[in-house]
Design a protein. Structure first.
Length: 222
């Protein structure tokens, strides 16, 4: 049975012209990944390059350096108010002195978030081959609104556990019932003359912190 037969059979079944069509396994001869999935350092470098190609601002640090790096990046932008999703680890913003932290307690409407300087979140996964960050509204990520309205999104990716080589390897690790947001660089669009405009349907600035426990791999790169 081909894919065409399977699809047409399901349509006939839905219209009541045939019985239920049995599921048939389809051969998938393509590679599940083109990057070295068993090399965490190479995957992290690939993710870094592809995030940068999408005009995200990328930095590296260790777990111990994370609070100070977040504080430095917020200070560099002059951020005074930051939205905080439920479940964000307490220590991440411990060094952000002079920043008003706005917990997502139900009072952060789109109008309020539009006046917020930025948001700090974690992520569900990051895909190295496509330079994509995946959010699924899990702990430390919050509602989709949090990452779409503020002009600056600072996202933390923990390596190697949250970095996968490819989309086919990412999908089995994600819950299809959860609301997913796939982010490849800051929000942008281009018109017919290829004039690029950023911040159309999301943050103008996406800043990513790649966090590892290995000081050698986590050499700070801006």
């Amino acid at each position: 049975m081909t894919s065409r037969d399977l699809i047409l059979g399901r349509i006939r079944a839905a219209l009541g012209d045939a019985g239920e069509v049995a599921e048939q396994p389809l051969p998938r001869r393509y590679l599940s990944a083109h990057a070295p999935a068993d090399d965490p350092a190479a995957l992290l470098d690939l993710l870094h390059r592809n995030l940068t190609d999408y005009r995200a601002l990328v930095h590296r640090c260790t777990e111990a350096e994370l609070p100070s790096r977040i504080a430095e990046l917020l200070a560099a932008r002059g951020s005074r108010t930051v939205a905080v999703p439920a479940g964000l680890p307490d220590g991440w913003l411990a060094a952000a002195v002079g920043v008003e932290l706005l917990p997502d307690d139900g009072s952060l409407t789109a109008a309020r978030l539009d006046a917020v300087d930025g948001v700090v979140t974690g992520c569900a996964l990051a895909v190295a081959e496509t330079g994509t960050i995946v959010l699924d509204a899990g702990p430390g990520q919050g509602r989709r609104l949090l990452s779409l309205v503020p002009d600056h999104h600072l996202c933390v990716v923990r390596a190697p556990e949250q970095v996968v080589a490819s989309v086919p390897l990412a999908l089995p690790r994600l819950d299809p019932a959860r609301p997913q947001t796939w982010i490849s660089g800051p929000s942008a669009t281009s018109d017919i003359e290829l004039d690029r405009v950023e911040g159309v349907h999301g943050p103008r600035t996406l800043e990513v912190l790649l966090v590892t426990c290995d000081a050698e791999v986590a050499e700070v790169t801006a």
